[in-house]
Design a protein around this ligand. Sequence first.
Ligand SMILES: [Zn+2]
Ligand SMILES: [Zn+2]
Length: 357
Amino acid sequence: MSKDYYEILGVAKTATEEDIKKAFRKKAHQYHPDKGGGDEAKFKEVNEAYQVLGNKDKRSQYDRFGSAYSNQAGGFGGFEGFGGQGFNINMDDLGDIFGGFGDMFGFGGSGRRKRSQRGADLEVGITIPFMEAVFGVEREISFAKTATCKTCAGSGAEPGSNPETCKTCHGQGKVNQVQQTMFGRIQMQTVCPTCHGEGKVISKPCKVCRGSGQQRENVTMKVKIPAGISNSEMIRLTGQGEAGEKGAPSGDLYIKVHVTPDKRFIRRGDDIISNISISFPDAALGTKIDIETVDGPVTLKIPEGTQSGKVFMLKDKGVPKLRGRGRGDHLVEVTVKTPTDLTRKEKQLLEELKNLK
Ligand SMILES: [Zn+2]
Ligand SMILES: [Zn+2]
């Protein structure tokens, strides 16, 4: 049965949107079944014609394919007619309601296929002594993580069986849902309730992971901690975190390094600082002192007349630079001890010294 929607509404093929709207209102008034002299069949026809011609896309499709289009009623993806339920709305608003309706419900827009989730990042702490942070170390760490199930290789299906195409959505991951509203039936797309959007269902779940495709695993691995790492710094191992869902990439593993302090050294960036105390005569006359560095003892020459608070630099005896080449320096801060609890002899000598000046 072929229908000419233009004829039904009584407009020319060249009619404007406004003409079509006007014609529809007029005809809808005329045939409304609640009115005396109304005609339900005609009313439905008018309504059907307006749904097509009142919509720019549908109208151009109709113009191209003609009445063949009316055979695939589902293809209009919207109303399926008024179906004879009670129908009471202000006829003057009719056109506007229909015009805006499709936009309001966003036909066909929802129901996106679900994407598998990337695994979570994982953080593991490790504590190392000061000297290992300076020169680097290889350490073994153990921790538990979510890994890909070894039995089913992450598919979640029992070995030998395969996930099957979902029968509810035929692998589309989404389904059309028809809803009753006061305006008639509306068709909407939603995520498939059977497969939750994956398009596949597991008929025989893997016995080890119960279909999740994942299992907890204790991992022991060696980690290279680079020379020069500082306290609280992180090492990132890409893809070593928790396994992703069903073949999605794993998260990253972060190793947080805690460095225990060393009584002998203070670290400031790549430099190391230590303090020494020297006697007043050594400061005045000069001396040589063995200084402990991270490379072992180094002899430092204290020149005569050294003041308290003076800083000497032992070049390149600091921490290797984590990013870049070379090393920091070792800075030695000198404190001159002022003598206390002097003996009589010492006091006498200091008095003599004082009087010489
Ligand atoms: Zn499994
Ligand atoms: Zn499905």
